[in-house]
Design a protein around this ligand. Structure first.
Ligand SMILES: [Fe+2]
Ligand SMILES: [Fe+2]
Length: 401
């Protein structure tokens, strides 16, 4: 299938440059060019576009306005900003307006690799069944505003814990929930924390930010009452997976950025299950099939819907503009072997952490884990499993309420 791409820039020389540069891609890409936001919208109306690559500063409708419209009218289009200014990218980076950001000048190979990367997932996401389920749901949950605000704040120069905690405490309900969550045995804090500032300094702003994402994504109040207990259960499981995965990441000496990605991936890996609760009648049918206890959730999802929760989740997080590492880890957490990897990544760690949390045995029995053994074997990880399990089982013990 040919990918169709629309380039938007008010500078005719830049557009001519693209045309020359991408001439060799004529076979692979259907290319469209627009000199203004207005012209771009017209092209979008008349053609099926997969990717939009837009400049930011343009007279009339600027890039922000254009991408905002694209996001609303054509949420499936991959949005890329190609900007000449580092600063602009910084500002935009904290919003969900674009999925990717490139800095000018940018060569063909860079554009090519960004688009190919994005489409390696997109082909799976464009699955017809998935699209019909997503379209049927209508309103997908939005990324929590408070999460974005903290992110924006953290990207600015001098942000102190006091400022972040002041922002969060404007919302007393979420503050109470954060304190309750961090004081649960999961986090193993040395003492009970009673203020946000303490919570922030013990756990760090990134962890708190993820907890907000967690609390608001699993806010069961938004779902049909009969599904609440189930949503809460998925939420608990997700938190355990996040903590387990982050611990494995630490053992593997992963850097801070990677640990944050792993944690977020853990928290959100099963969010697709929550979204599926909005498909009419699905919960009841699923619980009947589930009650026999002999089928796994993916089989049931395929039988009832023709898609499974990882892809529903990955689709949502793509719209939220979360990092590719996170989306990829989530999309493949039950089938990591489909991704070609040569080292331990967020995906491999998430795959194992999920199996650990689901494993109900008292003693470690590697062969009973629900993991892809040949995938882990190729990465030379089988010998590490027992040590990882011993070091993380505290997160999934039953009394850990
Ligand atoms: Fe899952
Ligand atoms: Fe899971």
């Amino acid at each position: 299938m040919k990918i169709s791409i629309l380039f938007v820039d008010d500078d005719k020389d830049v557009i001519d440059g693209y045309k020359r540069m991408l001439f060799s891609m004529k076979k692979e890409w259907e290319q469209y060019y627009a000199l203004s936001g207005e012209e771009a919208l017209k092209i979008l109306e008349e053609n099926k576009i997969d990717v939009i690559v837009s400049d930011m500063k343009m007279p009339g409708m600027d890039g922000t306005e254009l991408l905002g419209k694209v996001k609303e009218l054509y949420p499936r289009i991959l949005r890329i900003i190609l900007s000449g200014h580092q600063d602009e990218i910084k500002i935009i980076n904290t919003t969900t307006l674009a999925h990717q950001f490139l800095l000018k000048p940018c060569d063909t190979n860079q554009i090519k690799s960004v688009i190919e990367d994005a489409f390696s997932l997109r082909t799976n996401l464009e699955n017809e069944k998935l699209m019909s389920i997503i379209n049927g749901i209508g309103q997908l949950p939005a990324i929590p505003e408070l999460y974005l605000e903290i992110e924006r704040m953290m990207n600015s120069q001098d942000v102190s814990l006091a400022i972040v905690s002041k922002l969060i405490s404007k919302d007393p309900a979420i503050t109470a929930k954060i304190l309750q969550t961090v004081n649960s045995a999961f986090f193993g804090l040395p003492r009970r924390v009673s203020s946000l500032i303490d919570a922030l300094s013990f756990l760090g702003t990134n962890t708190i930010k993820s907890i907000i994402l967690y609390l608001q994504s699993f806010a069961s109040a938004n779902y049909p009452p009969e599904t609440r207990a189930y949503c809460e259960e998925v939420g608990r499981h997700s938190l355990m997976v996040a903590l387990t995965a982050k611990e494995i990441g630490k053992i593997e000496n992963k850097d801070k950025q990677m640990l944050d990605d792993i944690y977020i991936a853990g928290i959100l890996h099963d969010i697709g299950k929550i979204i599926l609760m909005q498909v009419p009648g699905y919960y009841n049918k699923m619980s009947i099939l589930n009650s026999t206890g002999t089928r796994n959730s993916i089989d049931i999802e395929y039988q009832l819907l023709g898609v499974s929760h990882e892809w529903v989740g990955a689709y949502l997080l793509g719209i939220w503009g979360l990092p590719k590492t996170v989306i990829e880890a989530i999309a493949f957490h039950h089938s990591p072997g489909k991704v070609n990897e040569s080292e331990v990544t967020a995906l491999s760690i998430l795959h194992v952490a999920n199996a650990f949390v689901n494993y109900k045995g008292e003693k470690f029995a590697g062969n009973e884990l629900d993991v892809d053994f040949s995938y882990l074997g190729n990465l030379d990880l089988l010998t590490k499993l027992e040590f990882w399990w011993e070091s993380t089982k505290k997160f999934s013990e039953p009394d850990n309420e």
